[in-house]
Design a protein around this ligand. Sequence first.
Ligand code: SF4
Length: 741
Amino acid sequence: MASKRSQKADRIRHVMATEGDSVERNALGFNDGRYESVARLEDYDAYKDRARAIKEDAIERLPELIEAVRETVEANGGTVYVANDAADANRYVRELARERAAETVVKSKSMTTEEIDLNEHLEAEGCAVWETDLGEFVLQVADEAPSHLVAPAIHQSREEIATLFNERFEPEEPLETAQELTEFAREYLGERIEEADMGVTGANFVTADTGTIALVTSEGNARKTVAVPDTHVAVAGVEKIIPTFEDLQPFVELIARSGTGQDITSYVSLFSPPVSTPPVDFDDDEPIADDPNDREFHLVLLDNGRMAMRDDDQLRETLYCIRCSACANSCANFQSVGGHVFGGETYSGGIATGWEAGVHGQESADEFNDLCTGCSRCVNQCPVKIDIPWINTVVRNRRNRGADEGQLDFLVEGLTPDEEPAGLDLQKRFFGNFATLAKLGSATAPVSNWMANTPPSRLLMERVLGIDRRRELPTFERETFVEWFRNRDVPRPVDAEYHAVVYPDLYTNHVRTDRGKATVRTLEALGVAVEVPEVASSGRAPLSQGMIATAEGHAHEVSADLEPYLEAGYDVVVIEPSDLAMFRGEYERLLGGSRYESLADRSYEVFEYVYGLLENGTDPTPLRGGDAARGVGSDIAYHSHCQQRTLELEAYTTAVLDQLGYDVVTSDVECCGMAGSFGYKIEYYELSMDVGDRLGEQFETSDTADRTVVASGTSCLEQLDALLSRQPQHPISLVAPNGSD
Ligand code: SF4
């Protein structure tokens, strides 16, 4: 296992070194474009809702819509073939090529044909196959696989492409600029299109009522692929069908904005084939044939696991995906490694887990599934609102449950009160049971801290559990936050208007008790009657390891522990954003019903709660403002937690800090890279630091280098601690009145 981990670390290091810069530059460019473009789109959220509703309806009615497409395409003069799997689809297209004695086949970009390896099958039939999309052409020449759903050669720089073309094609003048490279490719591929006997495209959408194929491209190559040869074959997954032509509208608004950050791509081509323009014969003196009816059209609708995904409650949502790549571009890990690490046989990025598990099988998803840290930054970026982290969690859970019994299971038997099967990876089991470890760590501190940090312990932890020695371990407090609160001799406010439980999350309770104490002091100074009861840990730790049954157990315990307080009218104030994200997000799946709703409705992030108090007239004077802050200046560099931003809560912290006189600048990276246990794992440590560097750099500029650094999440604090020479703190520690503890 240790060598498997180090092999993975080697592979990640290699790809970061060779492809990382290009991937990062291009993905961040798409990302910035998306943020700007969607901000310009009025009713962006309404378009997303509409797109989601159309997809839900289409997948629900899929068998009926497949038959509707068959009828309309056949009425238009084309043929529809529903292929059960890759072999079936390839056999059909090969036979078409054979019957038409096709020597040259041109293709526009299509992930579905990548999925079935159509090129190899056509080449085996003796066809010369040419990719006419520039990125795909680059990869064809380089003999590489795509690393991105939309921009397949995102990992290549202009210089690398120039070297590749100059070596392969030996042009009279060496190619150098982007314009020269593009012009060369256009001319070269234009000749291939002229001689083509068959054109193959994918389809972004297929409308059932008109048999229209929608193709969204940047280069116009798909039009030529359709219009020049007399035989057009479109290969599309069955999930590409939408009910009506009108339904295209929200997708046309969303797809380019979400993918490349353009308001609309250069070409949105809508064909209801066979197209009515005559085919073109460049060998003829009169190249335009008289008879448009010479054209042939075949629509190959591919199942290849999709109908089974439709029947799978957990993977079904994957079929709503329009493959825009926003989830990949917004993923911090993807920005560092791209799809050659964060991807499977065909698909890449966060949603690739669902696609790979569905069309290629669980094993194809296993290798890269852990690269989704569940940070959730992709969720709001997805134009069809797919819960991508949940799909990753489900696939991880299935992998855990498919594992064989491990040789080292006896080491943890009895120590790990989880609901998971034998054979679960020890590293996952260790991190998933962090609650047990934290209790033990506090009960035996400071010995536990000393013991854990001795060189032999670190070596053992690295070898057996894959915990990287370069990462500092958390230091457990002997007195937990709950115990501190219980042991305090402080009178409670009388006749308080607000009553709140401060949720003692795992880290606040055992490691960062200071932020819990600061929260209590802050709320009490604002007149809130506070309680800090013993409450189970949220289940975030096991959930992040794909241990869904264990997380579900935690959710029920938390609900039972907090129920009396909720019934008595208490609010729940949460310090750790990832736990609040559980209460408002995953608990809907883990708890459901009224128990979920009452907890979600009454839970608040700490600054969200303080903001609400101040907005409702509470006097902020007891809190420490920028001018009065001791030991810190009033200039703040603030990094909010990824899940906090997904929940759109960042603004509450900055608003409160503003009101108290602090001058705040915020980071704009997607994630700190630590992501709970992820940054501890030896196979991911360097990736975690690479992601973190983007954050570190933002806090070392001339405007930020002297600012006090604050961060909301435990992971962010640990990562910033490792990245910067100055120590970060939770923002509640800034504003809390001084205490005697
Ligand atoms: S999951 Fe959503 S964001 Fe990701 S590629 Fe599919 S549609 Fe785009």
